[in-house]
Write a protein that binds this ligand. Structure first.
Ligand code: PLP
Length: 453
């Protein structure tokens, strides 16, 4: 233990913030993490919407260890592996009938998967005789990853600002946000979707694809669109021969009470991007799930995917992913996160809505086990707290003091102003999660009290 503390003091790991003291995590089980001093944290944010099945599931560790013993690695330019083929078939089945006959490209996480999807969309257009199509239309207030390509299609101002000179930018459109609706919620699903039509027209035949999170993730904080939004977006993409990429890195693998969030709107994208919950934190893992249309364009075209990473389809990650999916199935965890009677999602949502008793809570929104709590200084006008106050970080710090982990974000309104917390717990330990929500309520009261002084 002493060695660990010495290493931490030396700060050999480049930290996210030099201003912050990070506790040193020692072990985890279910929805809880313990640090090396024995302090317990209940994780209401699943780290960053990662842990879905709960930590400490022996079957996952066993599957990974067995795979590491038998075949730790092969390079995808030389071999495929039994475990990768098996897991790909399982993922295609989990994605539904529209993906039967499709194929999966596995990565080490969400950003790599988004990069892959963008390149796949470009290659699809080239293979099908449209070499002029290379632009990817995306949305402001979206987050698709940290690599430069993923950052180019993201709209998260704080995470992009200093890198903008380095990225190639295409059209961004607005994202439905009914709490602060640009169209006063008058036929707003249609109006937001029409922005895509305008962007395509502006791109003058260069648009290759549209990428969006079916339900917004961290940047806007779990906002679901009006019900007619995605069907109309899908129709516009079809009409103009754009591929539709659903970024389900945060929302996929059961998080919103469906296998993929797209199912809430009967959406059938051409490509699904997955990450986070697919490995539930047990292994670095992401996936690009391509529909048969995309795969056959490559197969019948050049026959070569002009893309690859050394570690794609890593066998140990494949073993982890397959065992995680098995756990999702046997534990009926997709249902557990939904709002059926007896689920975790239903009482979680109910308890979360009681947060509205705090004047500082403007909006509570979400689906399944992906929720956003937006804070306001004035409920009537929806005026946000001054950005310098970092209100959501204050709530998160007050919660952390109580042993509760959350995911604070700023910039929900315009990239700078607006505060919210993202909550995305694992679908386990229902009573403990509900107790942690009580503690979160106290934390909100404490932060609001300080802000008012
Ligand atoms: C919707 C979405 N896409 C992509 C990413 C990038 O994933 P990763 O951080 O695993 O690279 C994230 C991460 O938060 C995300 O929320």
């Amino acid at each position: 233990m002493r060695t660990i503390i010495a290493t931490v003091t030396a700060r050999a790991v480049l930290p996210r913030s030099f201003a912050k003291q990070y506790p040193v995590a020692a072990r985890a089980e279910g929805a809880r993490i313990w640090d090396i001093d024995g302090r317990e944290y209940t994780d209401l944010s699943g780290s960053a919407a990662v842990n879905f099945i709960g930590f400490g599931v022996d079957a996952i560790a066993d599957a990974m260890a067995a795979q590491a013993r038998q075949l730790p690695f092969v390079h995808s330019s030389q071999f495929t592996s039994e475990i990768a083929e098996r897991f790909a078939a399982e993922v295609l089945e989990f994605a539904g009938a529209a993906f039967e006959g499709g194929a999966v490209f596995f990565t080490c996480g969400g950003s790599e998967a988004v990069e892959t999807a963008l390149k796949l969309a470009r290659q699809y257009q080239v293979e099908t005789g449209h070499p002029d199509r290379f632009e990817i239309i995306s949305r402001r207030q979206a987050y698709h990853g940290a690599t430069l390509g993923a950052l180019a299609v993201s709209g998260n101002t704080a995470r992009r600002a200093i890198y903008l000179p380095m990225v190639r930018e295409f059209e961004h459109i607005d994202m439905p946000y009914c709490y602060r609706c640009a169209f006063n919620c008058e036929n707003c699903g249609h109006q937001y979707a029409q922005e895509l039509r305008a962007a395509i027209e502006h791109s003058a035949g260069r648009a290759a694809a549209f990428i969006g999170e079916p339900m917004s993730g961290a940047t806007l904080g779990a906002v679901a669109p009006p019900s007619d939004y995605w069907p109309e977006i899908a129709a516009i993409c079809r009409e103009h021969d754009l591929l539709l990429i659903a970024d389900e890195v945060m929302t996929g693998f059961g998080r919103t009470g469906r296998n993929f969030a797209m199912e809430h709107w009967n959406l059938q994208p051409d490509i699904i991007v997955a990450g986070k919950g697919i490995g539930s934190g047990y292994a670095p893992l992401g996936a690009v799930i391509a529909s048969p249309r995309v795969v056959s364009a490559l197969r019948q075209g050049s026959g070569t995917l002009i893309h690859g990473f050394t570690y794609n389809a890593h066998p140990v990650s494949m073993a982890a992913g397959s065992a995680v999916l098995e756990r999702i199935r046997t534990g009926d965890l997709v249902k557990a996160s939904d709002s059926h009677a007896g689920s975790i999602g239903k009482p979680f949502a109910k308890a979360l809505h009681t947060m509205a008793k705090h004047e500082a809570v403007g909006d509570v929104r979400g689906l399944g086990l992906l929720w956003g709590v937006e804070f306001v200084q004035d409920r009537a006008t929806k005026k946000s707290f001054p950005a310098e106050m970092k209100f959501s970080s204050r709530v998160a710090a007050a919660a952390m003091k109580r042993g509760v982990l959350t995911y604070p974000m700023q910039g929900s309104i315009d990239g700078k102003n607006g505060d919210h917390l993202l909550l995305a717990p694992p679908a386990v330990e229902r009573e403990r999660l509900l107790e942690a929500l009580d503690q979160l309520s106290d934390a909100i009261a404490e932060a609001a009290d300080h802000a008012a002084r």
